[in-house]
Design a protein around this ligand. Structure first.
Ligand SMILES: [Zn+2]
Length: 204
């Protein structure tokens, strides 16, 4: 089926896809108003195909068995069966999202960090924690994954790069573009406190 979307609409849709779910809710209604019913139908069909054909979603649904390391209401962690090194763990959100920027909080990184601690204490290995956001960054599937990779000396896994030359002016410009303000920590209401306490991350 040929895409009824213009290149401008595709670009806009890609930009929206990288926003958090909260931000998407704000901008989507306005975007959808610009579309014809045929274009809306096409997008819906494509999204349906993306998540139903997704390998990680099938693992979340239990259709493909995994060697589970951790699971809670929104995250699943399991061993990679084609590991970069033995003990390579994949942490995924149960919901089908592509980019880490779409997550509403950073719990996935807390879990990855705790798995790195377990690897350090139980396997006595260093680790890399790795995320590919988008195809240019090396993402192969359309479902976000945080890799926790055990490392040892001379393990033949090359994640080291050659630093590029950059001048002071470019550094200043980038620093001003990328600078972000610290967030004010959200007050946790007493009635929500139970749900917000995750003390099950301790090393067993
Ligand atoms: Zn998926």
């Amino acid at each position: 089926m040929e895409s009824p979307l213009t290149p401008e609409l595709v670009r806009e849709l890609q930009e929206i896809a990288q926003l958090s779910q909260e931000e998407q809710k704000k901008v989507l209604p306005e975007f959808l108003r610009k579309l014809t019913p045929e274009q809306i139908e096409y997008i819906k069909k494509q999204q349906g195909e993306q998540s139903t054909g997704c390998l990680f979603c099938s693992m979340v649904e239990g259709k493909i068995p995994v060697k589970k390391i951790y699971e809670d209401y929104e995250l699943l962690a399991f061993l990679d069966i084609h590991p970069a090194n033995p003990g390579h763990v994949l942490v995924i959100p149960k919901q089908h999202v592509q980019f880490s920027t779409q997550l509403e909080d950073s719990r996935i990184f807390d879990v990855a960090n705790n798995i790195a601690k377990v690897i350090y204490f139980k396997l006595v290995k260093d680790t890399n924690i790795f995320v590919a956001n988008g195809g240019n960054a090396g993402q192969r599937l359309g479902h976000l994954v945080v890799h926790v990779i055990p490392r040892e000396k001379d393990d033949n896994l090359n994640l080291v790069w050659q630093g590029k030359e950059i001048n002071e002016e470019e550094l200043d410009k980038l620093a001003s573009i990328l600078r972000i303000e610290p967030k004010v920590r959200k007050e946790i209401k007493v009635e929500d406190a139970e749900e917000n306490i995750y003390d099950d991350y301790r090393i067993p």
